[in-house]
Design a protein around this ligand. Structure first.
Ligand SMILES: [Zn+2]
Ligand SMILES: [Zn+2]
Length: 389
């Protein structure tokens, strides 16, 4: 796909590289509309505009180039670097994720045989390593939808590959979110389908641990998803209420502060059941979770999420109290302490939140005057010190 010759650039293409370095998205957009600008042109080192944008850590620019058809797997670079490798080196998890989502191959190696994950690890960009290792392409899952060896039927019915892949790719590991993903697909929400999916993710988990280039991150994630699917299956066998009962159990808060005890214990149990006891990542997780009293921070879910997905996305995002989705903006109008994606998430949580809502409201009222007081003291101090000088 990269038919361009190295360093053979039109004046506008040369300008494009400059504009990318400067980070001027508007100007880049204009240049990409020009006839003499090829989105996959190569500079003298064999770098494409996308590689430059990735290496410089410019997410908007990467997005623009991908929209214009930039080839994410171009490998004309003099040392065999790909755009994914440059993303990993830049340390930007959002860009790394973008490249993977655009179809970047994780197995490609540079001229000294290193993959993008290995290169990122080498320069200490561990969050990017996590993002890469956490990625699982649809093609790898589709392997299980084909009859292998002496099998009479594939391990995974092809119709289940789509919904299962969606769950595997979720960066939100909140158990309620995962149950919602199961629930939204009638094909998936039956004990026999869930059982097949669970067995496939367990196989993937095992493969991740036994392959030469071990991937503990993906193994832990697959195991955890398997536990959630198993829980859904056993719940559906005993109740016919479409998993709502399971969601309620996961959300139910204890009386004093609304902390979801069952959810915490469930996530802890999933971690504990990881079948490869010697795994370094498992030991790290256990060390972080075990000393924490149930109800205190950090929650098992937050420890697991950080270990498995790294810090994908924005640090300042607000999370939904019900399902853990980022960017929740709907605040409970009474206590103003909890956030939701939308009304349906708020509705799901109300049966348990209503027991503590008033209490949280009172706590907030008490805290706020204290905060205002502290703020005014600070200002006074600042004024006084300003007068002294
Ligand atoms: Zn939500
Ligand atoms: Zn409230």
């Amino acid at each position: 796909m990269c038919a361009a010759k190295k360093g053979d650039l039109s004046p506008s293409e040369k300008e494009l590289f400059d504009v990318i370095t400067a980070g001027n998205v508007q100007e880049a957009s204009r240049l990409l509309g020009c006839k003499d600008v090829r989105v996959n042109c190569l500079d003298e080192y064999g770098m494409t505009p996308l590689m430059h944008a990735a290496y410089k850590g410019k997410a908007d620019m990467c997005q623009l180039l991908l929209r214009h058809g930039a080839n994410v797997n171009c490998n004309q670079h003099e040392h065999g670097y790909t755009a994914l490798m440059f993303s990993g080196l830049s340390g930007k998890t959002d860009i790394t994720w973008m490249m993977l989502d655009a179809g970047a191959e994780t197995d490609a190696v540079n001229s000294v045989g290193r993959t993008a994950a290995q290169m990122a690890a080498f320069v200490g960009q561990h969050d990017c390593v996590t993002v890469i290792n956490n990625f699982f392409s649809r093609a790898r899952l589709d392997y299980y939808t084909k009859v292998q060896g002496l099998e009479k039927e594939p391990k995974l019915p092809p119709k289940l590959a789509g919904p299962l892949h969606k769950i595997i790719m979720s960066t939100n590991l909140h158990p309620v979110k995962l149950v919602m993903l199961v629930k939204e697909n009638p094909l998936l929400a039956s004990p026999s389908s869930l059982d097949k999916c669970r067995r496939v993710v367990e196989l993937i988990c095992e493969k991740c641990m036994k392959q030469r280039d071990m991937n503990e991150v993906l193994a832990v994630k697959m195991h955890y998803i398997g536990c959630v699917l198993d829980k859904c299956a056993s719940f559906l066998e005993h109740n016919r209420d479409q998993l709502d009962g399971l969601i309620k159990s996961l959300l139910k808060g204890r009386d004093e502060d609304g902390f979801p005890v069952f959810q915490e214990k469930f996530v802890r149990e999933c971690v504990r059941k990881f079948p490869f006891c010697d795994a370094t990542l498992l030991q790290q997780l256990v060390r972080s979770i075990a000393p924490v009293t149930v109800g205190d921070e950090p929650t098992a879910l937050s420890v697991l999420t950080q270990a498995v997905t790294g810090q994908v996305g924005f640090m300042d995002a607000e999370f939904c109290t019900t399902c853990g989705e980022k960017g929740a903006q709907k605040r409970c109008s009474v206590c103003k302490t909890v956030l939701y994606c939308d009304q349906s998430c708020q509705k799901l949580h109300w049966f348990t939140h209503k027991k503590v809502c008033k209490k949280l409201h009172e706590q907030r009222e008490q805290q706020q005057p204290a905060q205002n007081q502290a703020a005014s003291e600070d200002t006074n101090e600042a004024r006084e010190s300003a007068q002294q000088h």
